[in-house]
Design a protein around this ligand. Structure first.
Ligand SMILES: CC(C)(O)[C@@H](O)C(=O)O
Length: 593
């Protein structure tokens, strides 16, 4: 943290109060004066606070921010700042085709340009839907202006016929029922829509709630922020408090680089295990860490996170939804429980200006049905496993969603615990999967493992959430709800499928998955953390030599730019060249005339 206001000139004054260049100062002043602001405000030596607006009609998960804006602005004004709202490129997970993942880096890039190129001294980052959170944190890390996140919160709990209907999770259950002929199409749609009763993002511990939990665990939001349901009055008051807080952060020069440390990332990884968080967290945290210049590796998810317990009883790993999680204390209470067990780096700095240990000292679970203490967890050793082998250098498996049935069928062959051999069935993408999954010629049964490739960052493009492939209808009707699935894409954080996913490098850049063929034998050995095709070396090399990359068709200019600049999921799927830029707010852009 640097100087306080007494001896500080705000960055925005370089625009609005620069006697060395009166022509430009006048030009900047007249146009902002023309819109909303008075000259007195703009030259009043008060910090100008940007508010990155991610909500809109096209981004329903974040639309609550349109209504929270007045409260954020009121908080900023009451603390002595001047708010300036600006739009962010939309990233709606359930709207954007081919995938919202493609746009995370685009929103990141545009945020960097706005924060660097406009007269801003600090920023409130509104977050919510999956990729909005990492995009905002990646941008804040690169620019390093004082920044604080405010998420919109989950929807209210959904209900269907007396049972909790959780976002996403009910889709996977209902599509099985549809395939089994137990429900019809209209009921399928009704069930799924019942899970979305209000404004807000997914009410399960899907990627949205996970990533907002990560923002809080990293210390980038006020304590207690992430779990408040969108329509609750506490959300309004959190918006106001967040607006107030950013002004003081600017005065204190408290920046992301003070907060986003290795210890903060380790705290976030531990929290992710405790909440049963999404497999999308690793690539997003990796990307934030790289833009912040913090050393993090995909294997840290196992070394730092695997041994921790699952504490939160929330779908998809458990039973409850966002309202219960909030009432039980939310992420701050989870961190309080970890603190009590000595599992938190208490000294990590946060947006409050205090270390996280102080922030969560008064937070403990108020409902042990929903947030368990470390001494009575939902499950021990509940983190991600990081696998390798001849099919990929790394891939993740979320263990907190492994059911007893799945374990007994697929993770304990002939009494060999953690070992499973199967026949591979390979799909070239989701279209191929949908076309052929019920093809009798494939003879898919419980002795098969389903693979999907060409769905990673470069392949899709953007890495699609398609790895949790449903078994063929006949297998479902035989009572097997899941087969082991593997792929170089991702899957929804709301899925209860313990897939092996985020495989890197992906097939289209020559990763081992490219050489697998339907009918190959594969062996999963969880003890050795390996998944291998049981194909002899010479044959494998021959396939590698004969391989030519599939033709990639770009439908938009950004798809081409993205494909040419993106890295692999294990490295965060970043625009590789962007990771070299650090603290760009320290360099003032040139005047524009
Ligand atoms: C449910 C969605 C759309 O798949 C996503 O939000 C996630 O949780 O990963």
């Amino acid at each position: 943290m640097g100087d306080t206001r007494a001896n500080k000139r705000f960055r925005s004054q370089e625009w609005f109060d620069n006697p060395n260049n009166p022509g430009m100062t006048a030009l900047y002043l007249e146009r902002y004066q023309n819109s909303t602001f008075t000259r007195e405000e703009l030259t009043s030596e008060r910090p100008i606070i940007g508010i990155a607006q991610t909500g809109s009609d096209i981004s329903p998960c974040n639309k609550i921010h349109v209504f929270l804006m007045d409260r954020i602005k009121a908080g900023i004004r009451d603390a002595g700042g001047i708010p300036m709202e600006f739009p962010v490129h939309p990233i709606q997970e359930t709207g954007k085709r081919p995938t919202a993942a493609l746009d995370r880096n685009l929103a990141y890039l545009s945020l960097v340009e706005v924060l660097h190129g406009y007269p801003l001294d600090g920023v409130v980052l509104t977050t919510g839907c999956d990729k909005t959170t990492p995009a905002m944190l990646m941008g804040a890390a690169t620019v390093d202006l004082p920044a604080i996140t405010l998420n919109g919160g989950p929807m209210l709990d959904g209900w269907w016929q007396g049972r909790r209907a959780g976002s996403g999770t009910i889709v996977w259950e209902s599509r099985r029922l549809l395939a089994e002929g137990k429900i019809d199409y209209p009921e399928f749609i009704e069930r799924v829509c019942a899970s979305a009763p209000s404004l807000g993002h997914c009410n399960t511990m899907g990627t949205a709630s996970t990533m907002n939990a990560m923002a809080e665990a990293l210390g980038m939001s006020l304590p207690g922020c992430s779990a408040i349901p969108a329509p609750f009055r506490e959300r309004m008051s959190m918006a106001y408090q967040t607006g107030r807080r950013i002004v003081q952060m600017v005065l204190d020069d408290l920046k992301p680089s003070d907060i986003l440390t290795r210890e903060a990332f380790e705290n976030a990884i531990r929290v992710n295990t405790a909440i049963g968080g999404s497999t999308n967290a690793p690539p997003h945290l990796q990307a934030i860490a790289r833009h912040a210049g913090v050393e993090l590796d995909v294997r840290d998810w196992e070394t730092v996170g695997f041994d921790l317990p699952l504490l939160v009883n929330m779908q998809p790993a458990g039973e409850y939804l966002g309202e219960s999680f909030f009432h039980a204390g939310g992420v701050a209470a989870v961190m309080g429980e970890l603190q009590e067990a000595g599992l938190l780096h208490e000294g990590a700095m946060t947006v409050t200006g205090k270390p996280v240990g102080q922030n969560v000292a008064g937070w403990r679970s108020t409902d042990h049905k929903v947030i368990r203490p470390v001494t009575q967890p939902m499950r021990e050793k509940a983190g991600f496993l990081v696998l390798s082998g001849n099919l990929f250098d790394s891939a993740l498996m979320k263990t907190s969603v492994i059911s007893k049935d799945f374990h007994d069928r697929f993770l304990s062959d002939d009494g060999r615990e953690g070992i499973h051999e199967a026949r591979a069935v390979v799909f070239e993408g989701p279209e191929d999967y949908h076309d052929r999954i019920n093809d009798p010629a494939l003879a898919i049964d419980e002795h098969c493992m389903l693979f999907i490739r060409n769905v990673g960052c470069v392949g899709y493009p953007g890495s699609a959430e398609v790895v949790n492939m449903q078994p063929p209808d006949a297998v479902l009707k035989a009572g097997i709800s899941h087969l082991p699935t593997v792929g170089d894409g991702r899957q929804s954080g709301t899925s209860e499928s313990p897939s092996i996913l985020n495989a890197s490098p992906e097939a289209v850049v020559g990763g081992g998955l490219a050489f697998l063929q339907t009918g190959d034998r594969v062996r999963l050995d969880l003890n050795a953390r390996r998944l291998d095709a049981l194909v002899d070396e010479a044959e494998w090399q021959a396939r590698r030599d004969a391989w030519t990359p599939p033709e990639l068709v770009n439908q938009t200019p950004w798809q081409e730019i993205y494909r040419k600049t993106v890295g692999q999921l294990a490295q965060g799927g970043c625009i590789e060249l962007a990771t070299a830029y650090r603290r760009v707010a320290q360099s003032l852009p040139r005047d524009n005339h």
